[in-house]
Design a protein around this ligand. Structure first.
Ligand code: ADP
Length: 445
C-alpha cells in the first residue's frame, strides 16, 4: 500500500468515525430535548387535571351562588384548555369521561353526579400521571442509549486511532528508522548494512534505490581493485626487462655487441610500452575525474585520417594503408589531437592483429548529421562477446601475447570518443576481418 493511499484511508476512517459520533450525539440530544419538552407539558397537564378535581370539590362545598358560578366557570376553562393537548389513548378516554361527567354534574349538581364526576376526575389525574411516568421512562431510556452510543463510538475512535498509530509505526516509521540506521552504518564504513524491504511502497522504493546504490558502489570498488591489479600486472613485464638489463650493465661482464643491441632494443620497447601505458592511465583517470579538457573545433576528419595513416605507414612501411576520403573537407566538431590519438590506436591495432602484409582500409564519410571514419583490417575478426569485452580496461582477447599491448587502448579510445558525444563501435567485415567505426558530430560546411 502506498503512503498516500494509507493516509487517505486513515483520514477517511477518522472522519467517518467523527461524523458517526456527531450524528449520534445530535440524534440523542434532539430526542432528550423533545422528551424534556413533552415531560414539562405533561407535568402541566397533571397539574391541570388536579386543579379540575380540586375545583370540583370547591364547587360542591361552596354555599354562595357567586362562588359556585366562579368555580363552574373555572372548571369549564380548565376542560377547554385540557382539550387542546395530545395525549395517550387511555389518557384521552379518561379525559373524555371526566369532562362529560363534570358537565353532567354542572348541569344537574347532586350527590350522585358529584361522586361520578369526582371518580372520573380522579381517573383522569391517574391517567395523566401514568403518561408522565411513561415519558420519564422514555427519557431514562434515551439517556441510557446516549451513554451507550457515546461510550461505544468513543471506544471505536480510540481503537481506530490506536490502529492508525500502530500502522504508522510499523509500516512507515520503523522502516524509515531502520533505513536511516542502515545509511548511517554504511557511511561509518559498514559495507554490509542492508536496507529493510518492508513498509509502505514509497519507503520500500527508497530502500530499493539504496540497495541499487550499494550494489553500484560495490561493483565500482571491485572494478577499481581489478583495474589496479591489471596495472600492477602490466607493470611487471617492462620492469622485469629493465631490471635484467640493469643487472647486465651493473655486473660489468663483457657482453657481445649483438647482445647489447638486443638489450637496448628490448628496453627501448619496454620503455615505449611503459610510456604508452602511463599515458593511457593518465587519460583514463582524467576522464574518470571529468578533468579531460577537449579543445573542440571544426576539424577535417579526412585530413586527420590521412595524417594518422601516414604516421603508421612510416612505422610499418610494408603494410598497404589506403585512405578513401571525399575531395571536400569533411568537418567534425572535435579535438584534433584526441581524434588522431584514437585513429592511431585503431590503425596500430589493425596492424598488430591482422596478418602481415594484409592491407588496411580507411574510409571517411558522412551519415546524416554525423561524420565517421572506418578502419578495416583482414584479421581474425571478433566474436559477439569479444566485441563487447575489448572495450573493458586491460581486456585482451584471442592470443594477446602474440602482440605487445596493455589492453587499455580501446577502453581509453571509446571514452575519448564518447567525451565528444560520439560513438566507437566494432563489427565484423563481410569478407573477414573487423571494422572499427568512429562517429562524431558533424559540422555543416
Ligand atoms: P592492446 O592492443 O594494448 O591489447 P586494446 O585496448 O587496444 O589493447 O585492444 C584490446 C584487445 O582487443 C586486444 O588485446 C585484442 O585482443 C583486441 N583487438 C583490438 N583490435 C583488434 C583488431 N583490429 N582485430 C582483432 N582484435 C583486436
Amino acid at each position: 500500500m502506498s503512503l498516500r493511499m494509507a493516509f487517505g484511508a486513515s483520514l477517511g476512517a477518522l472522519v467517518a468515525m467523527a461524523l458517526a459520533i456527531a450524528t449520534g450525539l445530535i440524534v440523542a440530544t434532539d430526542q432528550v430535548a423533545k422528551t424534556a419538552s413533552a415531560l414539562s407539558e405533561n407535568v402541566h397537564r397533571v397539574r391541570l387535571a388536579q386543579h379540575l378535581q380540586i375545583d370540583l370539590l370547591l364547587h360542591a362545598r361552596a354555599v354562595d351562588e357567586l362562588r359556585k358560578a366562579d368555580e363552574a366557570q373555572r372548571m369549564r376553562e380548565e376542560i377547554a384548555e385540557s382539550e387542546g393537548y395530545r395525549r395517550s389513548v387511555a389518557s384521552q378516554a379518561a379525559f373524555q369521561d371526566a369532562s362529560r361527567a363534570i358537565r353532567t354534574y354542572l348541569t344537574a349538581p347532586n350527590a350522585d353526579s358529584l361522586r361520578v364526576a369526582y371518580a372520573a376526575a380522579d381517573q383522569f389525574v391517574n391517567a395523566e400521571e401514568s403518561d408522565a411516568t411513561a415519558l420519564a421512562h422514555v427519557a431514562a431510556d434515551w439517556r441510557t442509549r446516549a451513554i451507550a452510543l457515546g461510550a461505544t463510538l468513543g471506544l471505536l475512535l480510540v481503537l481506530a486511532a490506536t490502529g492508525i498509530l500502530f500502522w504508522f509505526r510499523t509500516a512507515t516509521l520503523r522502516p524509515i528508522l531502520e533505513l536511516n540506521r542502515a545509511m548511517r552504518s554504511y557511511a561509518a564504513g559498514d559495507r554490509s548494512a542492508a536496507a529493510p524491504q518492508e513498509g509502505a511502497r514509497e519507503v520500500r522504493e527508497i530502500g530499493q534505490a539504496y540497495e541499487r546504490m550499494r550494489e553500484a558502489l560495490r561493483q565500482q570498488r571491485e572494478d577499481q581493485v581489478t583495474f589496479l591489479a591489471g596495472v600492477a600486472h602490466d607493470l611487471r613485464n617492462p620492469l622485469t626487462a629493465l631490471r635484467l638489463a640493469h643487472a647486465v650493465v651493473r655486473e660489468g661482464k663483457a657482453v657481445s655487441e649483438t647482445r647489447l643491441r638486443s638489450i637496448v632494443q628490448i628496453t627501448g620497447r619496454q620503455v615505449e610500452q611503459l610510456d604508452r601505458m602511463v599515458g593511457d592511465l593518465l587519460d583514463s583517470t582524467r576522464l574518470d575525474a571529468g578533468r579531460l579538457e577537449l579543445r573542440l573545433g571544426s576539424v577535417d576528419l579526412g585530413a586527420l585520417a590521412e595524417e594518422a595513416a601516414q604516421l603508421i605507414r612510416s612505422a610499418t612501411p610494408d603494410r598497404a594503408i589506403s585512405v578513401d576520403r571525399p575531395a571536400q573537407p569533411l568537418l567534425a566538431w572535435a579535438d584534433p589531437t584526441r581524434v588522431e590519438q584514437v585513429l592511431v590506436n585503431l590503425l596500430s591495432n589493425a596492424v598488430k592483429y591482422s596478418p602481415d602484409p594484409s592491407p588496411i582500409d580507411v574510409r571517411v564519410g558522412r551519415e546524416g548529421d554525423q561524420a565517421f571514419v572506418e578502419v578495416r583490417d583482414r584479421g581474425p575478426g571478433l566474436s559477439d562477446e569479444d566485441k563487447r569485452r575489448i572495450f573493458e580496461p586491460f581486456r585482451r582477447v584471442g592470443a594477446p601475447s602474440a602482440a605487445p599491448g596493455t589492453g587499455l587502448g580501446l577502453y581509453v579510445a571509446r571514452r575519448l570518443v564518447e567525451a565528444h558525444h560520439g560513438e566507437l563501435s566494432v563489427e565484423n567485415a563481410p569478407g573477414g576481418g573487423s571494422i572499427f567505426r568512429i562517429r562524431l558530430p558533424g559540422v555543416n560546411a
